[in-house]
Design a protein around this ligand. Sequence first.
Ligand SMILES: Cc1cc2nc3c(=O)[nH]c(=O)nc-3n(C[C@H](O)[C@H](O)[C@H](O)COP(=O)(O)O)c2cc1C
Length: 358
Amino acid sequence: MRKSLPGRLSVAPMMDWTDRHCRAFHRHFTRRALLYTEMVTTGAILRGPRERLLEHGAAEHPVALQLGGSDPADLAEATRIGVAAGYDEINLNVGCPSDRVRSGCFGAVLMKSPGLVADCAAAMIAAAGDVPVTVKCRIGVDEQEPEEVLPAFLERIAAAGVASFAIHARKAWLEGLSPKENREIPPLDHPLVLRMKAAFPDLTLSINGGITDLGMAERLLAQGIDGVMIGRAAYHDPSLLGAADRRIFGEGEDVAAETAVRAMLPHIEAERSRGTPLNAITRHMLGAFQGRPGARAWRRRLSEGAHRAGAGPELVLAALAEIADAAPAAEAASGAAAGVGNAPRPSRNPFDPERRAG
Ligand SMILES: Cc1cc2nc3c(=O)[nH]c(=O)nc-3n(C[C@H](O)[C@H](O)[C@H](O)COP(=O)(O)O)c2cc1C
């Protein structure tokens, strides 16, 4: 079996969201979390604009490429290309239920074909050299019984050489639910995934689905799971990643959102000079100050201005000034509301454990 990356925390692959600009931003909050690309299909890699699809920055590592496909030869070739492009892990998508994905016979529908997934994984492993090949799956699809299907799936794919899995702890319904509904409606079953770790102690298992903060991640890790994968919460509130290195990996200093935003300015300048529109980058930064005074003004400044021709780093700095300006005003208002100047005030520190308690 291949060694897997020590992904105690990862940011989930999210199509249209976790592109290289988003990953660059997330990386400024955490040096340690494993970042995933969006899913890229084998067809797009083999016959599409490969260089653009696989482009990633040197600072993004560790970064995993997620592939979508179900043809072992194509997946092997795409794996070879992904490894040559410098990715640290190649992941196979067995969890995505979208129409487009179903018609191509890959993603979550593959939960019904563990033999084919095993063939795909074996072909990918043979092509990957020392780079780990991992699988992201669901606990089952449609009428499948997760208690039976999931262990059988893990056993079969592990026998093909996969040592590391990320498990989205809910079923996917292939008919009748939209992809979005498939991330919300089927109930989460974290305990089942935790039991899988007990049943397969030699596998590296990450749990995914509905993890909203680092407190929840810590509690799951304390129950023995190897890794926690966070998707939407990290995207909508990326500053939660700013405490991840300290809390999850036991090293490093917390990173404030202001620091991460400022650290993006060189990336923004470089991308602007290549002709990348500002909003292609800043759309991933809208949630940076989630829950803090000035967050709305920050979002509004960026949303209204970033699509304009010529918009650049100065707009980001102007939006950042909204946060700085809002803080004293919010403080004064909370003091006035309390009626006294030195009354206890709610913390504005985004890393205050009370604010993140989950
Ligand atoms: C906008 C969006 C796009 C997604 N695209 C992918 C994808 O390309 N590949 C994949 O395996 N999962 C994809 N997912 C699912 C996430 O990786 C994750 O499994 C799911 O959101 C549950 O985790 P969460 O509750 O932490 O968000 C996507 C989710 C969202 C919200």
